[in-house]
Design a protein around this ligand. Structure first.
Ligand code: T1G
Length: 702
């Protein structure tokens, strides 16, 4: 009879002396308090139980422990803590076996490493992903992983946090036995019986040496990680902790705990935990329980960079794709663009040419006629970003595509309601804003119009799931969530430059914040003609009272300095380089523009620049949430993280604003508003939150 060790752990001894320590804590057997308590009680009982000769740690459900319970982070955790539990398992006086399946991650894999023998299901994964949460494997993982797989391999696994196949972990020596039966309990029991028959005793990982742990190895990794961490502290904490494996295990564990304590007071940890839960929270939408429509075939209109990227994303998701272009020549170009998206995968050996050809043969077709779209489940239009063009396309597809199909526009700014209105079925129309390159970038803004049906929204989210993308629900406005906020901080950057800031200093300041590139580098990459045409398109409707601060950008367009594609923009890209020194003609050009406008340049420090950049971002984001364009602040955060290069370790603009203090940011906005009250008009939501002493995080709670 199984005995309850806690709410979620039981203990039972078989007739031949195997003590089964069994956890059942759905959905992922996270090591929350009830799991830790039960595991502790069970190992104490096992050690004292004369009828038990060997213990088997097993989890019911879809996975072995997927790690510590992340939702407990930041609160006070009750004893026994996970490090104590792991140490206690290693210290057991009789052998302990872990039978792993599903995803044995973080503290779960550490439980495995603290056990004396490890068997894993062949298709399962293991890993130490703590680095992504701003912490280190702090339950002995930094000391025990090097002892089973070597210090260099452990450093790689721990600093990248990647999920490793059980097969690879077995090859590295971290797993003793693989099993393919799909029955981790039976396989674990059989292994225990074999070990008993052999007379195996406890085999403690902590007692093993680490031959390749040298000061040189750690010095080398410290340098390496400094270059790749991009401002994130946890990879460096990881190297520091693993380096303690040069010490005897007890001292090593003590050193690990000291580093772990540092990670717990680092603000990057709550930011990264916010990102972890945020990635999942964005799926909690009003339509979450609505069944999506059938989704097997996708028609894509347009074979340019965007259309070809979307086609690749759809094919990778297992969907059948038909690409429609204007004529045979454009069709051929579209197919070429699509194949180009796979070139590096083929070159790097991730996919064979034959596999690519086979997939395209089976799942991809092209046509120069809209008739080919008649039976698809979803049409995604990816043509030129101009309302007239989009309307014409939607008129055509409305006449051809079957009833019940979803009609989507990949627009980045345009009014989805206006597009929907030119069809007879506005309920089927939705915006699906992909980010370039669409087969790589994770974000998908699902833009919901006034009349969009709930199951159409659900289908958009289903598509994102199939494509392994992060979908964010957005309402209709100019630029939706992401581009609207981008527009505001770009405007702030442009105004600063007109007023005296050096554009290269603006880029450097933004990079120092953690972005991979600054706004002017970004402009060069995207092409400065895009912004130019966007501005011209809005000339007629621009509010004359708002400041126009893009004159210097217009001059650049007139000079033919469009960025990387013309080998000259803010920077010089002679010879087609992807980066280069500043364009030496820029400062004089900007100065001439200032003179023309009668502006006396004033200095901007890096701090001044960032204060304005962040204030503009926060203020616009608060408007976007206040107006209901984004459902919650967390939706803005995930949009920024997955589509705009916002540093994940800062959690997102709203999380960061909370950390800085909303009152501090509002004060900045009010100070800047003295010069330009129109642009710096405080968001009503921000004012309200400050008055009520509340935060953006409070709004995420629902
Ligand atoms: N803690 C709490 N909740 C968790 C959780 C965890 N570790 N893992 C998942 N969930 C929730 C998740 O929020 C979601 O909830 C539901 O479970 C299903 O997850 C000392 C301290 C295991 C690969 O980093 O990578 O150990 O949204 O939708 O796609 O060193 O979840 O349904 O309400 O993601 O099948 C290290 C994190 C912890 C693993 C499953 N462990 N989890 O993916 O389902 S730190 C991790 C995952 C640690 C020690 C330290 C994935 C998964 P809801 P899901 P999935």
């Amino acid at each position: 009879m199984a005995e309850q060790m806690s709410d979620v752990v039981t203990y039972e001894v078989t007739e031949d002396g195997v003590a089964i320590i069994r956890a059942d804590n759905p959905p992922v057997n996270a090591l929350g308090y009830q799991n830790r308590l039960g595991l502790w009680n069970a190992i104490e009982k096992f050690d004292a139980d004369a009828t038990a000769k060997i213990a088997l740690v097993h989890c019911d459900g879809r996975t072995f422990f997927a790690g510590a319970d992340i939702s407990e982070f930041g609160g006070v955790r009750a004893d026994p803590l996970l490090p104590q539990v792991c140490d206690r398992y290693e210290a057991a006086t009789k052998p302990v076996v872990a039978s792993m399946h599903g995803t044995s991650l973080g503290g779960g894999f550490e439980m495995g490493l603290a056990s004396h023998y490890r068997i894993a299901q062949k298709k399962s994964k293991v890993g130490l992903p703590e680095v992504h949460l701003g912490i280190i494997p702090g339950a002995g993982g930094t000391q025990r992983a090097p002892r089973v797989m070597g210090a260099a391999n452990a450093l790689e696994a721990i600093t990248t946090g990647r999920h490793m196949s059980a097969v690879e972990a077995h090859e590295l020596g971290a797993i003793d036995r693989l099993d393919d039966s799909g029955d981790p309990l039976a396989a674990g029991l059989a292994y225990c019986r074999e070990l008993l028959a052999e007379g195996a005793g406890p085999r403690r990982t902590g007692e093993r040496p680490v031959p390749d742990a040298t000061p040189e190895l750690f010095a080398e990794w410290t340098e390496k990680v400094k270059k790749t961490a991009k401002g994130q502290n946890s990879p460096l904490y990881c190297v520091e902790a693993v380096s303690a494996c040069m010490l005897p295990i007890a001292e090593g564990l003590e050193a690990e705990r000291a580093v772990s304590a540092k990670t717990h007071s680092d603000p990057q940890r709550p930011a990264l935990v916010h990102a972890f839960f945020g990635e999942r929270a964005v799926n909690k939408i009003p339509e979450a329980k609505v069944a999506p429509r059938k989704l097997e075939t996708v028609g894509i209109i347009g074979g340019g960079t965007m259309g070809a990227g979307i086609a690749a994303a759809a094919l990778n998701a297992g969907l059948s794709v038909v690409m429609v272009e204007m004529n045979a020549e454009a069709v051929a170009r579209g197919e070429k663009n699509l194949r180009r998206n796979y070139a590096s995968s083929v070159a790097k050996g991730r996919m064979t040419q034959a596999a690519l050809d086979g997939m395209l043969e089976a799942k991809f077709s092209t046509s120069a006629s809209y008739d080919a779209l008649a039976d698809v489940d979803l049409v995604i239009e990816a043509v030129f970003e101009k309302m007239e063009v989009k309307k014409e396309v939607f008129g055509k597809i409305d006449a051809i595509v079957r009833e019940g199909a979803v009609l989507a526009s990949n627009t980045s700014y345009l009014d989805v309601d206006e597009i929907a209105a030119c069809t007879k079925r506005p309920q089927d129309v939705i915006g699906l804003h992909f980010f370039s390159p669409a087969h790589i970038m994770r974000l998908l803004e699902v833009v919901v119009g006034d009349k969009t049906a709930p199951d159409v929204v659900a289908t958009g989210f289903q598509l994102a799931k199939m494509m392994k993308k992060v979908a964010v629900r957005a309402g209709v406005c100019d630029g939706f969530i992401g581009n609207r906020i981008l527009g505001a901080y770009m405007k702030a950057a442009n105004m600063m430059v007109e007023d005296g800031a050096d554009p290269y200093e603006v880029d450097a300041a933004v990079r120092s914040f953690g972005y991979p590139m600054g706004p002017f580098q970004m402009g060069d990459l995207a092409g400065l003609d895009i912004g130019y045409f966007n501005r011209r398109g809005k000339d007629a409707t621009r509010d004359p009272e708002t400041r126009y601060s893009e004159g210097f950008l217009d001059r650049m367009y007139e000079n033919g300095w469009l960025g990387q594609k013309t080998e000259k923009g803010f920077y010089d890209y002679a010879g087609g380089a992807r980066s280069g020194p500043p364009n030496p003609e820029i400062p004089a050009m900007i100065e001439a523009e200032r003179r023309k406008l009668g502006i006396n340049a004033k200095p901007f420090s890096r701090e001044d620049i960032l204060r304005r950049y962040i204030a503009a971002m926060t203020n616009e984001a608060a408007k976007v949430v206040g107006e209901g364009i984004a459902l919650r602040p967390v939706d803005v955060d995930m949009t920024s993280l997955f589509g705009y290069g916002y540093p994940r370790w800062r959690g997102g603009p709203m999380h960061h604003a909370d950390a800085v203090g909303l009152d501090v940011i509002l004060n900045d906005i009010r100070e800047f508003a003295k010069d330009d009250p129109k642009f710096w008009e405080p968001a009503p939501l921000l004012v309200k939150l400050v008055e009520e002493g509340r935060s953006f995080a409070d709004l995420n709670k629902g």
